[in-house]
Design a protein around this ligand. Structure first.
Ligand code: NAI
Ligand code: MG
Length: 505
């Protein structure tokens, strides 16, 4: 393995250096302002552990200011008076600006998060652009219905009844660090398409692209207060947003543990809640699978984005007739992966997001090994600078082990054999988890593929692939993986509410 990280002397664009050089403030009511406390916090580059920027540390008072600005923008001024077409055009303009600045956003994302620059360029930024374009189109297509009604206790009466689909109001959005820009897009796109206003809290590890996006919202011409951005920490910034009595809806992506805190915090005013939480997704390789597809597919399912994906295929089930070939193949793929700083264009896997996350992941590996699992490849930290972990393939695991039950959020897969083609038994094992975010199935038998897709309790099932995302495709979790769906037409339901209007003629 090209294990040890080498830190390169890479150069970044001038606009990126200029952005990093200046203390980054909060966006409230269309103005960039310091935190009320004047506090800031450092942002680290995970490949080196060095400080690359300083951002304002928003707290409760700043959340209050931002919610006030969002409320004002929701109720008065240009935003509520804009036509759906005008709103759609603004969102499209934002998408255009983002696309024009693709390289700058890709560099910022890679510095901040550590992911390979090739991935930021090819996936994170283009997917965010696409999401905004998709949602721009929806702005003019959100509407109620006319409904013929009968009302049996009013014989002979005539009615005209219809529904209005209205924006839910001021929305708080709390996002994680694994896809910082893309998660901001998933949240902001439907909120803006439906006419809501937003207070966005980026993850403390990765606030930079959301802040730069704030500048583009201003450049695109969004009215002040429609998008407010408060950087800060979970308990001191996220929690007051989730609990705020004048926030109508809270949308969260992150750990299941914090998702439960958010749901509790929302009870004060019973604000609407949507949650996109953790996963422990199964990848199932049947005996008839095309291994030339299944092996790279299963490897990509776990190793993409360093395993820091809520939908990572972290439990791999391979039929006993192909088990050895799958283990060998996925292990060979793991060994080929080139670790390094994200800014090196030859890097295929970057560091974990933080020292804390690296310690969590290596701790899980150690717990698996101490319970009798065996690492075919990987099994420890890579190098001593930055937060790199070796891509790891574990065998000899059992369904009781922590590594099989809990979300690791790192490049660690547990491979287990199954010994028959009884779909119910396989589905039962795949479903033996508190989570239900995603799954993938590799088989050349169409009937098996669609039958198992029905039996698996997960929000997404991929057949002969993994990690296929699109702005038009709903994404979200069954069971403790969450509430509601993001992207697609489904996501609009989370940001609107329905009013029935009845006229007696
Ligand atoms: P986290 O769930 O603590 O953080 C996610 C976001 O929630 C961040 O913006 C954070 O500031 C905020 N937050 C934290 N505590 C909060 C609170 N009490 N009230 C309101 N907001 C709060 O995730 P963390 O600590 O970064 O990672 C821990 C584990 O969570 C990971 O190892 C992984 O298993 C899981 N995770 C899952 C993600 C997903 O995409 N489903 C994304 C990030 C983490
Ligand atoms: Mg946390």
């Amino acid at each position: 393995m090209e294990g040890t990280a080498v830190v390169l002397d890479y150069t970044v664009g001038e606009s990126v250096s200029a952005f990093l050089a200046k203390k980054r403030q909060l966006l409230i009511g269309g103005e960039w302002v310091d935190a009320a406390s004047g506090k800031t916090f450092p942002v680290y580059e995970p490949a080196t552990g060095e400080i690359i920027a300083h951002v304002a540390e928003g707290e409760k008072e700043d959340i209050d200011r931002a919610v006030k600005a969002a409320r004002k923008a929701f109720e008065s001024g240009p935003w509520p008076n804009m036509t759906p077409s005008q709103r759609g055009k603004l969102i499209w303009k934002l998408a255009d600006l983002l696309e024009q600045n693709l390289e700058e956003f890709a560099e910022l994302e890679t510095l901040d998060n550590g992911k390979p620059i090739t991935v930021s360029r090819a996936a994170d930024v283009p997917l965010a652009v696409d999401l905004f374009c998709y949602m721009a189109g929806w702005a003019t297509k959100i509407h109620g219905e006319t409904i013929p009604i009968s009302v049996p206790y009013m014989p002979g009466a005539e009615f005209h009844a219809y529904t209005l689909r209205e924006p839910v109001g001021v929305v708080g959005q709390i996002i994680p660090w694994n896809f910082p820009l893309l998660m901001a897009a998933w949240k902001l796109g439907p909120a803006l398409a439906t006419g809501c206003t937003v207070v966005l809290k980026p993850a403390e590890q990765t606030p930079l692209t959301a802040l730069r996006l704030g500048e583009l919202f201003q450049e695109a011409g969004f009215p002040p207060g429609v998008i407010n951005i408060i950087t800060g920490f979970g308990e001191s910034t996220g929690a007051p947003l989730a609990a705020h009595l004048d926030v109508d809806k809270i949308a969260f992506t992150g750990s299941t543990e914090v998702g439960k805190l958010i749901a509790n915090a929302a009870t004060g005013n019973l604000k609407k809640v949507s949650l996109e939480l953790g996963g422990k997704s199964p990848t199932i390789v049947f005996s008839d699978a095309d291994l030339a597809v299944a092996i790279p597919g299963a490897a990509g399912a776990i190793f993409f984005n360093h395993g820091q994906c809520c939908c990572a295929g972290s439990r791999l089930y391979a039929h006993k007739s192909v088990f050895d070939r799958v283990v060998d193949g996925v292990s060979a793929e793991a060994q080929k992966i080139k670790l390094g700083p994200g800014m090196d264009p030859t890097t295929e896997m970057g560091p974990m997001i933080s020292e804390e996350q690296m310690t969590v992941v290596t701790g899980y590996i150690e717990s698996g090994l101490s319970e009798g699992a065996k690492a075919v490849v990987g099994g420890k930290r890579s190098g001593s600078k930055g937060y790199f972990v070796e891509p790891t393939v574990l065998v000899d695991t059992n369904p009781q082990m922590k590594v099989v039950r809990e979300e690791i959020f790192g490049p660690v897969v547990c491979v287990q054999p199954f010994d028959d083609d009884d779909l119910d038994r396989i589905a039962q094992e795949a479903n033996d988890t508190i989570y239900g975010l995603a799954a993938s199935v590799f088989t050349t038998n169409l009937s098996v593929a669609h039958k198992i897709a029905k039996k698996i309790q997960a929000g997404t099932v991929w057949i002969n692939s993994h990690n296929v995302f699109d702005a038009a495709l709903p994404f979200g979790g069954y069971k403790q993986s969450g509430w509601g769906r993001e992207m697609g037409k489904e996501s609009l339901n989370l940001y609107t509410q329905v009013k029935s209007v009845v006229a007696t003629l």
